[in-house]
Design a protein around this ligand. Sequence first.
Ligand SMILES: Nc1ncnc2c1ncn2[C@@H]1O[C@H](COP(=O)(O)OP(=O)(O)OP(=O)(O)O)[C@@H](O)[C@H]1O
Length: 640
Amino acid sequence: MFVVSTESDKMVCGTDNTGSESQDTNSTSVLEESINIAFQDIHYSVRNGFFTRGHKQILAGVCGEVAAGELTVLVGQSGAGKSTLMDILAGYTAPTSGQLLVNGRLRDDKWFRRRSCYIMQNDQLQDMLTVEESLNVACDLKLGAHVSREQKCRRVVEIVSALGLCSARVTQTRSLSGGERKRLAIGLELVSDPPVMFLDEPTSGLDSSMSKQIIYLLQLLARQGRTVVITLHQPSAVLLQMIDRLYGMVGGRCAYMGSVPMLLPFLEGMNLKSPPFHNPVDFFIEMMLENTNLFVRSAQNGKNTQWIANIPHVSPQINNEDDLIGKSNLNLYEEIISITALPPPKEDETSKTLLKLKTTYSTSSWTQFCTLTRRSLLILWRHPTYTRMILAVHCVVAVFIGSLFYDIGGDAMYVRDNYNFLYFSLMFLMFTAFSSVSISFPQELPVIRREHFNRWYTSGAYYSATVAASIPTQTLCTLAYACITYYMTGQPQQWLRFLGFSWTLMHVSYVALCLGLLNGSLFDVKSAVVFGPFFIMPFTIFSGFFLRYVDAPGFFKWLFHVSFLKHGLVGLVLSIFGMDRGKLPCSDIYCHYSYPKQFIEDQGCSKESYHVAVTMLFCTFVVVILSTYVILKFRLSRKW
Ligand SMILES: Nc1ncnc2c1ncn2[C@@H]1O[C@H](COP(=O)(O)OP(=O)(O)OP(=O)(O)O)[C@@H](O)[C@H]1O
């Protein structure tokens, strides 16, 4: 959108910024659009409970406006409705009723989402990436193909420099301090330079000096013409100097909307005098709890605009550092916030039409998929212990099982033990694949929610990248297990049988992986752990191992057809005992299963086909993958 490039020859983060860029990237600031938001008669209520009737009103007809160039702060006691109002303003939640206007017109949500960002209270970041890598990924996802690699790099350098993150550039985000994390969360959204920024509790958990830095930074961003809206519980006196517009809330209603200097006259108008040396906002919050109706009446629930005065509105064009830093004299950053303007997208007819049809996203689904897969693989690479550990677990268990069932594969006396080994292999691979993602996936969801809401990528791109990035590790682990056990248990040395065995195990582990994702996309970590076994149990019971298809009551028979473990077991049995395997040597006086065909018949697999079993496994994989996608999409589109 706009920017300011007042120091064209400065060095940022030790990188010379000058000279190498084309003319367009060195342009001075151009404020393309300022966005003023008004909200009228906003009501929001939720159902009291799932089974109970009645609604709980959270916002009761609040009105108000927030303007470009200002730092607007929603204040109020805990439970006043600040976050709810913020969610509605950001477009994260739809109000029960009421109107949202942008520059005097009814808000077009798609249009608005392209121009705003919402940084939620718990700034969830990708822990294993460094600051620079996180910003690079954000650039790749948020800036269109018309922006060159050099321009993206330059933007990263500028943001790192402007946010005072130079010294933490190569630090992984899990090691950042609270303040640095908040600044990075802001920086990630600044990449696309949105004209509107919403931040819920940006100072929560920070000490007063760090809070000062964050609010100062936000004030700078607002001074550049952005519309910045944040929530705070009770801003300290120092923070008050930097706030332009205060929006006081009590019990889901507006108790004041105006500038900070006008707060005292507003209170005096109701015969309330703040004690000397008392923080006026503290006094305001204390008083509004006792005189809620009086305050709401005076503020006309946000309609009263008479107290909006003395707010230093900025002119769109800022070329002067003093203007930029504004009146606050805190001088917390060495650098001013300077982001070089990027070229606009090419405006040919096709892209115009596409832009209309599309999309709140700047990059294609394919770019998103590639970037996200790269990011996931980088995270895996950064976390080699996890990958190595999981591979080691598969190898150790394989050797253990190989020793337990050592060299039984060619002996007719051990056919049943061999069958037990096959079933154990299925169970082991299913549980490992299922459990790992059941736990890791819900942990990622808050990050995904933020990034998805801020239009970094579609849920489809994220989901397909997650599956694509999980497959190599899963394949490697499954193959390692298959090779070790197949050899140690003395199965027939025939490539076709080995391929059938490994192929079936791989399919089963992929289905289990996707079931884990399904479980993880439905629940949070705790519930995923608790409900995980319930997910798996039906497949286990109807696998054909404990209860044969022919012995099951008619009503339950269909469950065998949808149990991927049953198809997996059939695939394994036919790989090892099928394909007209000849008579097995018997190491005892009598072996009931000298002829593998007999065993296949007894297991009810004589009418089964390997190809059908694998096709069924593949179909289950597709069904589970699609169901997970639908659930994830639904979940990301809601607060759930
Ligand atoms: N889905 C919901 N179901 C029931 N009550 C809700 C729901 N969402 C919010 N509330 C209630 O609405 C009120 C306002 O919540 P909100 O989170 O907006 O408050 P807040 O002012 O942001 O508080 P805090 O500063 O503590 O975050 C609270 O009493 C909260 O319990």
